[in-house]
Design a protein around this ligand. Sequence first.
Ligand SMILES: Cc1cc2nc3c(=O)[nH]c(=O)nc-3n(C[C@H](O)[C@H](O)[C@H](O)COP(=O)(O)OP(=O)(O)OC[C@H]3O[C@@H](n4cnc5c(N)ncnc54)[C@H](O)[C@@H]3O)c2cc1C
Length: 318
Amino acid sequence: MSNDVLVLAERVGKQITDSTYELLGKARELADAWGGRAEVALFGPSEGAEQLGGADAVICIDHPALSDYVPEAYETALLHVLTQRAPRLLLLSNATVGLDLGAALSVRWDAPLAAYAVDLAVDGDALVATTQILGGKILAEVELGGSRAIATVVGGSLPPMTPAGSAEVVTLAPPAELDSSRMSVLQVFEPSGGDVDITAADMLVSIGRGIGSQDNLELAEELAQALGAPVSASRPIIDAGWMPKTRQVGKSGLKVKPKAYLAFGISGAPEHLEGMRSAELIIACNTDAKAPIFDVAHYGTTVDLFDLMPALAEKVKG
Ligand SMILES: Cc1cc2nc3c(=O)[nH]c(=O)nc-3n(C[C@H](O)[C@H](O)[C@H](O)COP(=O)(O)OP(=O)(O)OC[C@H]3O[C@@H](n4cnc5c(N)ncnc54)[C@H](O)[C@@H]3O)c2cc1C
């Protein structure tokens, strides 16, 4: 049995994604514990391989069918890498790509799959994955026995690895099946109305249902303006049509990692926490002292947001 761990790299444009570095950090840790290698599969043009120092090898396959993400072609290419490199564990992101490929390869590579994993640890001979069930309300520990396994890991759950040095680049010839791929991308539509990129903000003033009504949004906007931060929100605010989808934080919105996340009137449902729990500093304002947001907040207050927001805005404005 091999003791290697393979990660599928994902890119946005030419940039390797944060979640790839999170997977690579865990791959490094597990491969070191098993005495194996941490390898990364990179599909399409090999640019980006130099950003993956810290891996023992970057396995590249380039083919026109792999220039954009297409499930059929990526599944074929990844199965080819799995067959050639025979790792003990395949790590994928628990997002569009990983959820597609994890399920398909669990069948085709004949390996158990732990989806929605938030951590993985070696326990004697076994590998134990901590996974979310019921939308994160319950965590389950799943033992992955046997000689091979797959885990899809929720973004933001693991510390990312800082790449250092350079990895060996191994180029594999593309499998012949890619020549007869039946799917190709015709056009990529960027989301419209992206007024502010909340994922790039250092600070967010985030509001939830506690804000009460659309008219009260101006309280948040005033504070946000004083702090030089955009306003983001929990899902009910978006569902009510009070703010655009581009401002939604959470499972079905965006994952944010600001230096400071100020949560006003947000209860802290698992689906919301999934999008913001990696913020460096979380400050919560919620009149309910038992609200779950306080489990992740570094600082918190049960002061009424309608008192706190205007007072804070005044204070910041001096
Ligand atoms: C598949 C799925 C995906 C989802 N995706 C997302 C997602 O991406 N993002 C997301 O946010 N949710 C998501 N949800 C919804 C999620 O489960 C919660 O319903 C939602 O996060 C609750 O939003 P909230 O905290 O604003 O509202 P509530 O849970 O209603 O909380 C409002 C809070 O405001 C407090 N409050 C009230 N008045 C005041 C006041 N005057 N001052 C201070 N505090 C006050 C209350 O004590 C309460 O804790 C998803 C759900 C599902 C099933």
